[in-house]
Design a protein around this ligand. Structure first.
Ligand code: PEP
Ligand code: MN
Length: 682
């Protein structure tokens, strides 16, 4: 058979392509051989199989070379990433390791060599056959940051001492770090008095000592005559410093190891009040650690319980009922919220174990806040708590890091918020208001805080008319960037001051994750607006706070989507969530939005969380606000939020839907809510 001339040409060209491809194959095989030779070299020199810088440089060079040949950059990047990844995989296989974590781990600590943190770290990882490269940082928070930004794979931090008690700074840092506990170490601390070679104790006029160490050694230090005890932030560093000072009248309290490292004399060993002096350190990692079956484990959680009598006992009873042994209970005040306490609880057991996870599950129904800091293998358990195989602690491998499964997703995509999870209503208590209880709670205030006079005048009427929460926007999520954006923190100060003046808790919207902690210092309730209902990083951020959150329904979101959004907050630990129906977008143009009142009974059947209706943003017109508020009350909402203004015609935002103050007073009467005082001037 003969082909037409054109077809013959195509055939020739194709066979040339085949030849080129064959050559590419041969070259790939050649490249692979080189790659294996490098693996051998790396193994010999004990270098890691991955070299990120080299990989990035290589790709950059290939992109440049691709330009010379007029090749598409996208293709070049894709191709060489695939080649490099294959080569890394090959090298790791050749080196007999798929997980670099098993070979060595970088660990951040506060302190230098010779510090107790350093010694505890070395001891912990050596027992697991893991090499450590220690990253020394100046403070506990810089050690945590090193893990957060990927400079270290773990951090080791002291958390309590058997003599001097809890190291509260570390507790507070852990809560907000987003890191997980992966282990703990009970380290025996042996404080020694160190001085220069040849010096004697009676020569000492000054002794440098860490405040913790000074508390632990108070009895011995009190026996030193004519000697000043100077607090110093770092035990090992104090050893280094007196060695540098080279003054026989200066001593330090530090470890024997520090004496050896800095060429000092141990003047006296065992200077602590108690011979058995232990510091417990925790190992923190970016991800939770998996615990092999049969290995005794400990779990650490942080929780906040209600304010009613017996609330803590009810929470702890769940552990008793689940036959779980508590090994530690520590309480810490919540920063900026001094009336409430956080409880740090350690118990024997693994959160992944069904018996434990069902107790944690039940605890989410009792607690206002619950966060699992981590489950980790622990040798620090008494024998009756440890099943067979105790002591055979497996190495902490990166490969083994998984998410604990105590929060399992329900088929509808939410669980903690569901009625199935918790039958009785959650009651969110703020000041005198109880959302989710029997009585209707009223929230009122201006759309936006505009001035001191405006907010104080409004707040007085809110209080006098019998409402119990003051609202006011400070960060306004406006549709147009040219509209009034709110007074920000200045407005928040005014709102907080007005709330204090009239004894009203305040609610305000937060629109950015970076502002959450700052706003939570002053706001009693954090509001998430309709435009942010699915801003997941914002939801997670408010879920880490200890303030109740009111989540507004997205203007085009279904109720299931609202419940799933609430789940983001609950899953972070914060159980004080309220849901707000504020109108959805429909084809109807007579109202700004359509108030979906059926949301109230539907939500009440699906969730135990309190429900608030906002008729103002739904209506968009003040005359519709009162009738819809009455309808919301009739259909069983737990709370109503309305916008009011002393002078709506001059309001900087949402004037047309804001009630005049006397209209608001009339609405409160119609809702049957008693006045606190006669309204002056209304
Ligand atoms: C508000 O309540 O201030 C507000 C902006 O409402 P929404 O997010 O429902 O529009
Ligand atoms: Mn508004």
């Amino acid at each position: 058979m003969t082909l037409p001339e054109e077809a013959q040409d195509i055939k020739d060209i194709r066979s040339s392509i085949d030849e080129v491809d064959a050559e590419i194959m041969r070259l790939l095989a050649e490249r692979k051989a080189y790659s294996l030779r490098i693996a051998k070299e790396k193994g010999r020199m004990d270098r890691p199989s991955r070299d990120q810088t080299r990989e990035e440089d290589l790709i950059a060079e290939r992109i440049a070379a691709g330009h010379d040949h007029d090749l598409d950059t996208g293709l070049v990047v894709k191709l060489w990433r695939a080649i490099v990844d294959d080569s890394v995989r090959l090298q790791q296989e050749a080196l007999g390791r798929t997980d670099l974590g098993e070979r060595g781990i970088s660990v951040a600590i506060q302190g230098i060599e010779g510090s107790y943190s350093h010694m505890a770290t070395t001891q912990f990882f050596a027992a697991k056959g893991i090499d450590v490269s220690v990253i020394r940082t100046a403070t506990f928070s810089t050690a945590i940051e090193a893990v957060q930004n990927g400079d270290a794979e773990a951090a080791v931090l002291p958390i309590e001492n058997t003599t001097s008690g809890a190291i509260s700074e570390v507790y507070d840092l852990l809560l907000d770090s987003g890191l997980h506990l992966a282990g703990d170490i009970k380290f025996r601390v042996r404080h020694c008095l160190l001085g220069l070679e040849g010096a004697s104790i009676s020569d000492l006029r000054k002794v440098y000592c860490h405040p913790q160490a000074s508390a632990q050694c108070s009895e011995f230090l009190a026996t030193l005559q004519d000697c000043e005890i100077v607090h110093f932030s770092d035990t090992a560093l104090s050893g280094k410093m007196i060695s540098d000072l080279n003054d026989p009248t200066v001593g330090a309290v530090a470890s024997e190891e520090a004496a050896r490292l800095f060429g000092l004399q141990v003047m006296k060993t065992g200077v602590a009040n108690r011979d058995e002096n232990y510091t417990r350190f925790v190992v923190v990692t970016p991800d939770p650690v998996e615990i092999p079956d049969g290995v005794p484990a400990k779990t650490s959680i942080v929780m906040a319980v209600g304010n009613h009598p017996g609330a803590l006992m009810d929470a702890l009873a769940l552990f008793r009922d689940g036959q779980i042994n508590l090994v530690k209970l520590e309480s810490r005040p919540i920063p900026h919220n001094p009336r409430e306490e956080l409880f740090y609880v350690d118990f024997a057991g693994n959160a992944a174990d069904p018996a434990v996870s069902s107790v944690l599950d039940a605890l989410t129904r009792e607690a206002r806040f619950l966060k699992v800091l981590g489950s980790y293998p622990s040798r620090d358990l008494r024998p009756n708590e440890a099943p067979e195989g105790a002591g055979t602690v497996e190495p902490v491998g990166r490969e083994a890091l998984v998410v604990p499964n105590f929060i399992k997703e329900s088929p509808s995509g939410y669980k903690l918020g569901s009625r199935g999870h918790k039958e009785e209503n959650t009651v969110v208590e703020v000041g005198g208001a109880r959302f989710g209880g029997e009585d209707l709670v009223m929230i009122a205030g201006p759309c936006a805080v505009e001035s001191w006079d405006q907010v104080i005048e409004t707040a007085r009427v809110v209080r006098d008319a019998g409402a119990t929460v003051l609202r006011g926007g400070c960060f306004k999520p406006r549709t147009s960037p040219y509209s009034f954006q709110g007074l920000g923190y200045e407005g928040l100060d005014m709102l907080a001051e007005a709330g204090k003046t009239f004894g009203l808790p305040i609610i305000t919207e937060v629109i950015s994750p970076k502002d959450v902690d700052e706003v939570a210092k002053k706001a009693d309730i954090l509001q998430i607006g309709t435009r942010n209902m699915q801003n997941f990083s914002l939801l997670s951020a408010v879920g880490r706070t200890h303030r109740p959150v009111m989540l507004k329904r997205g203007m085009s979101s279904s109720l299931d989507e609202l419940l799933q959004a609430a789940e983001y907050i609950l899953a972070e630990g914060n159980q004080q969530v309220m849901l707000c129906e504020r109108g959805i977008r429909t084809f109807e143009t007579s109202t700004r939005n359509t108030l979906d009142l059926s949301a109230v009974p539907v939500l009440r059947s699906r969730t135990h969380l309190p429900i608030v209706v906002d008729p103002s943003h739904a209506a968009g017109t003040r005359d519709l606000v009162s009738p819809m508020a009455l309808a919301a009350q009739a259909i069983g909402t737990h709370g109503i939020m309305v916008e009011i203004h002393p002078n709506p015609d001059e309001a900087l935002s949402d004037g047309p839907q804001s009630l005049y103050l006397d209209q608001f007073d009339a609405l409160m009467g119609a809702l049957g809510i008693p006045r606190k005082r006669e309204i002056v001037g209304a």
